[in-house]
Write a protein that binds this ligand. Structure first.
Ligand SMILES: [Zn+2]
Length: 143
C-alpha cells in the first residue's frame, strides 16, 4: 500500500491528537495510492479501543465515493502498544479484503503498518502484513 507523505503525516498527527484515546478513520485514494484521510469519532467506551458509528461510516464512505475515490483502509492507533493487530482487532475484522492500518505506539517510535485480517481463518492465517510505502505516485518506480 502506498501512502502520500501528507497521509502519513495526517495519520500520525491524528493519533497524537487523540491520545490517550485511540484515533480511527478511513484512508481513501485512487489508483492504488492512498491520498486522503477521513477522521472519524471514536465512540468506543474505553480509551484503548475504537469503534466508528455506523451512520458516520456511511457518511464517510459516501463522501469518499463523491470524491471519486475508493476506501483503501480502515485505520486506528495504538497509544502504548506496538502497531500490530490485537486479538480484538482480528476478531472485529469482518471484511477480510479491506486493509487495516495501525499507527503506533503513539507514546514511542510511531510506525504505520498495514494488515489484512481475517477473523474466520485459522489462527495462524489471520494476520497478513502488507508493505507500506510512503511517497507520491510520481516517485513510484514504473513497472
Ligand atoms: Zn488495535
Amino acid at each position: 500500500m502506498r501512502l502520500t507523505p501528507g497521509v502519513a503525516r495526517a495519520l500520525v498527527e491524528h493519533a497524537a491528537r487523540c491520545a490517550p484515546r485511540e484515533a480511527c478513520g478511513l484512508v481513501a485514494g485512487a489508483g492504488g495510492v492512498a491520498s486522503a484521510v477521513h477522521f472519524a469519532t471514536n465512540v468506543a467506551d474505553r480509551d484503548d479501543r475504537y469503534a466508528i458509528a455506523t451512520d458516520e461510516q456511511m457518511r464517510l464512505r459516501a463522501a469518499i465515493a463523491r470524491a471519486g475515490m475508493d476506501v483503501m483502509a480502515v485505520y486506528h492507533s495504538h497509544v502504548d502498544a506496538p502497531a500490530w493487530p490485537s486479538p480484538r482487532d482480528v476478531a472485529l475484522s469482518f471484511v477480510p479484503r479491506l486493509p487495516h492500518v495501525i499507527v503506533g505506539p503513539v507514546r514511542g517510535e510511531t510506525q504505520i503498518r498495514a494488515f489484512l485480517l481475517d477473523a474466520s481463518a485459522p489462527p495462524d492465517g489471520r494476520i497478513a502484513e502488507l508493505r507500506v510505502a510512503v511517497g507520491d505516485a510520481s516517485a513510484a518506480p514504473r513497472a
